[in-house]
Design a protein around this ligand. Structure first.
Ligand code: ATP
Ligand code: HMH
Length: 271
């Protein structure tokens, strides 16, 4: 049996719905072998983040090196990176190895408002990581921080996507989970070759959206690892997250996790 390998460099969510846990569960569902490098431990549940304990930068580097020295990693994802030091170390480390498709989820703030990226680290992300990204997956507030512009309309979204591509990312997907349209979950894709499209699914009325961004980016990474083109991987990742949100698990008393099993269950039902 041959299996594709993916690497996630992200924070741990003790509540299991976001971060490393969401990434590994998603990779597993896609039949991709998941490896990981922890950047921080968070004490977290569906109610919020109760503590953040960063991993020393040497520890992050050693984990990534251990994986890349031994496995043929087909796609890599970054999530919570926390500090300038960790961002700089990862950016220069990845450049030592043959290029691997890189999905950057520019995690900044948890749904409850707690910071998962120090404010001073935004510049390092813009200067060091975005230029080596195959694709970056900001939500609207993250795109506002990265571009310095207020994003309200569809035109704003397209303009912000262009600014992010000019920062050096090959492609960008602007996630619509923070928009106020309650009828549609609309994400906008654009790349440096001038291709762009919008993906729309029905809005799911639920409070169980903890880890939607991590799960979406992990699915995207998994499909890239399996050899899908970027635009096909984005489209399939959208199906994965839609199924995961629609079939809510109702775990915990706050914003519950999404259902990482749902995409495969749905596919089985359709066959
Ligand atoms: N209620 C919803 N119904 C349908 N799709 C949704 C809903 N909320 C988010 N999505 C979709 O989920 C994906 C992730 O988007 P979102 O903007 O929620 O990411 P995020 O804010 O980075 O998530 P998080 O920080 O919680 O991990 C996108 O494809 C978005 O359209
Ligand atoms: C560890 C971690 N990464 C990312 C997010 C964003 O959902 C979170 N809440 N926790």
């Amino acid at each position: 049996m041959t299996v594709k390998v993916a690497l996630t460099i992200a924070g741990s969510d003790s509540g299991g719905g976001a971060g490393i846990q969401a990434d590994l569960k998603t990779f597993q569902e896609l039949g991709v072998f998941g490896t990981s490098a922890l950047t921080a431990i968070t004490a977290q549940n569906t109610q919020g983040v109760h503590g953040v304990y960063p991993v020393p930068v040497e520890g992050v580097v050693a984990q990534v090196r251990a994986v890349l020295d031994d496995f043929e990693v087909k796609a890599c994802k970054t999530g919570m990176l926390f500090s300038t030091e960790i961002i700089m170390a990862i950016a220069s480390l990845l450049e030592e190895y043959p290029p691997i498709p890189l999905v950057i989820d520019p995690v900044m703030i948890a749904k409850g408002g707690q910071s998962l990226l120090l404010q001073e680290a935004v510049q390092a992300m813009k200067e060091n990581l975005i230029p080596i990204a195959t694709i970056i997956t900001p939500n609207i507030p993250e795109a506002e921080v990265l571009t310095g512009m207020k994003i309200v309309t569809d035109e704003d979204i397209q303009e912000a996507a262009q600014i992010i591509i000019e920062l050096g990312a090959r492609a960008v997907i602007m996630k619509g989970g923070h928009r106020n349209d309650v009828l549609e979950a609309k994400d906008y894709y654009a790349d440096c070759e001038g291709q762009s499209f919008t993906m729309t699914t029905p809005w799911v009325q639920t409070k169980d959206t903890h880890g939607t961004g991590c799960t979406f980016a992990a699915a995207l990474t998994g499909f890239i690892a399996k050899g899908y083109s970027l635009s096909d991987a984005v489209a399939e990742a959208k199906q994965f997250i839609q199924a995961a949100i629609e079939d809510s698990l109702r775990i915990g008393s706050g914003h519950g996790p999404t259902n990482h099993w749902a995409y495969n269950r749905l596919k089985k039902e359709m066959h």
